[in-house]
Design a protein around this ligand. Structure first.
Ligand SMILES: C[S@@+](CC[C@H](N)C(=O)[O-])C[C@H]1O[C@@H](n2cnc3c(N)ncnc32)[C@H](O)[C@@H]1O
Length: 255
């Protein structure tokens, strides 16, 4: 992929209902139903910044594999994918402390990506890139097997109503897909402040045979696990006295 000269890449998703990959594993995947791509408006400043910097630092979900080394302009560095980066508060706070790591933030919500883009440009942070699209599709279509050192999912949408639980991103199929994209020894880090979602995750911690549940804390974790800041969503939860639950898994060696 030639992101650096992708000047026609405006960050706009195609209109209408998103395409969903079909998986034939017999496992459960988030089904978005009538949920369509999230829209939102940017301020004039954000528009300007987006037009100028997105073609270099961001790309849209596509069927093209991401050439990480080319995109980051360096080789031999670990790569972590963050799914649902929101406004990127923790993404931007963590990245300078893991300058050695390539961080790819995936988000559907354009104003969130614009905020992160602003933080990246203003803070001269050179180890963050962004993909606009559904995290499951990005993983499935844009990354080969065993290519990632880490996957992060911080405060995923809890979909509290029982009839919407099938939309939750943490499911047996997603865990299987994540395991397939992680390198052996790679880390999955999930955090939630939603008690019911935590119970849901508790039931799934051992469902994927290729992921070894390491619990929390995991002192020897090879990656940064401290988010550094309290994000908007985390803050909302804390105000309601929600308990934050963190989960870490390690990708087992290839069989
Ligand atoms: C509750 S917010 C948390 C944002 C951020 N991680 C934080 O802690 O502030 C969940 C975010 O995930 C995004 N999201 C939900 N489903 C997604 C998906 N399938 N792929 C990518 N992003 C997704 C939403 O747009 C939203 O910004």
């Amino acid at each position: 992929m030639t992101n650096s000269d992708n000047s026609s890449n405006t960050g706009e998703l195609p209109a209408g209902r998103p395409l969903q990959s079909e998986f034939d594993t017999g496992l459960d995947y988030p089904r978005l139903g009538s949920v369509s791509f999230r829209r939102g408006t940017l301020t004039d400043n954000q528009e300007k910044l987006f037009d100028e910097h997105w073609p270099r630092l961001g790309t849209l979900l596509s069927d093209e594999r991401i050439d990480v080394e080319q995109w980051f302009g360096r080789s031999g560095h670990p790569t972590i994918l963050e799914i649902g980066s929101g406004t990127g508060t923790s993404t931007a706070a963590m990245a300078p402390l893991e300058a050695d790591t390539n961080v790819i933030a995936v988000e559907l919500y354009k104003p969130g990506l614009a905020k992160l883009l602003g933080a990246v440009v203003r803070g001269d942070i050179d180890n963050i890139r962004m993909v606009r699209g559904d995290g499951v599709e990005v993983l499935n279509r844009m990354f080969p097997e065993h290519s990632l050192d880490g996957v992060r999912i911080f405060f995923p949408d809890p979909w509290p109503k029982a009839r919407h639980h099938k939309r939750r991103i943490i499911q047996s199929g997603t865990l299987n897909l994540i395991a397939s994209r992680l390198k052996p020894g790679g880390v999955l880090h999930v955090a939630t402040d939603h008690a019911d979602y935590a119970e849901w995750i508790d039931e799934l911690v051992d469902v994927e045979p290729a992921l070894e549940f390491m619990g929390w804390p995991w002192e020897q974790c090879p990656q940064l696990t401290d988010r550094q800041v309290i994000t908007k969503f985390e803050g909302k939860g804390l105000k309601k006295d929600h308990v934050i639950r963190e989960y870490l898994w390690r990708r087992r060696p290839l069989a």
